[in-house]
Write a protein that binds this ligand. Sequence first.
Ligand code: ADE
Ligand code: ZN
Length: 340
Amino acid sequence: MSTFISKLPKVELHLHIEGTLEPEMVFALAKRNGITLNYPDETALRAAYQFSDLLSFLRLYYQGMEVLLTEQDFFDMTLAYLERVHQEQVRHVEIAFDPQPHRLRGVPMADIIEGIARALAQAKAQWGLSSRLIMAFLRDLSQESAFATLQEAKPFRHHLYGIGLDSAEVGNPPSKFAKVFAAAREQGYRLVAHAGEEGPPRYIEEALDLLQVERIDHGIAAIHDEALMARLAKARTPLTICPLSNLKLNVVDSMAEHPLLQLLHAGLCVTVNSDDPAYFGGYMNANFLALQQDLGASKHDLLQLALNGVEASWLSNEEKQQLHQEIISYGEQHGVYLKT
Ligand code: ADE
Ligand code: ZN
């Protein structure tokens, strides 16, 4: 592992907490909850992590999360992730959870949100690792279901910062959720949506124009639309890109063909994230390393990507300035100077 990457202060903005369930934890939670899994052991489960596309991944992702039943389960899963990224010099995280599949299994909303929030509070107290929590709607479910979920979350509003949109993209355009995103905006939530992962550039435009999101999760389809790229660059609309995820889900054929650097050099506010690290073969540092080793990203690029993460985050201006300066100083110590 390159020391430059492993010690670089970082921010993660696109992470599904259920996507951090490592096979070992899936088996431990299954045992604790008396659940029988379809796989004989952790090795067999890990061996099943071969995906042809987003849908083939989502099948395993929803199956894996079925072991989550109690507040303690949500706490343990979240703390394990936070401990891991703390060791990787991640200073701030904005993480999403998918309440609907848990609610369909009968898990109370209180146990889901309070378990995650308790781990976030502990990480802040113990390591100074700050966070924002994003509640995501599944786009392959109905808008009515999203409205019901928004309503159910009201008693826990103080734990929640943003609303997101994820799951099977193609055929479920952002326009399907315009009303519920407007309601969430009224309630003071910050807004993000997955768009342009497997879907077309038009979905990115819809997310911006109809949902009025301030960040796009993935968004790499923008590379196919020059006018959209110019718009995103001008507005500095952040794209939370996940290199290893894109590779594992065949959104790109190889890391060498990933458009991340083209987008970065065209002036877009692209950031690096891990999406579902337990399934895609790596957390934050592994994603940065793949960019350096297989895409040819320079230290200058990596530093700019880390700074973009700070810019794209929902930290206060004061917190942003502090972390920005820390990253700039880190670069200077390693002979990397950015024009700011
Ligand atoms: N849910 C978890 N990971 C996802 C991804 N990469 N795209 C859409 N929905 C997801
Ligand atoms: Zn995602």
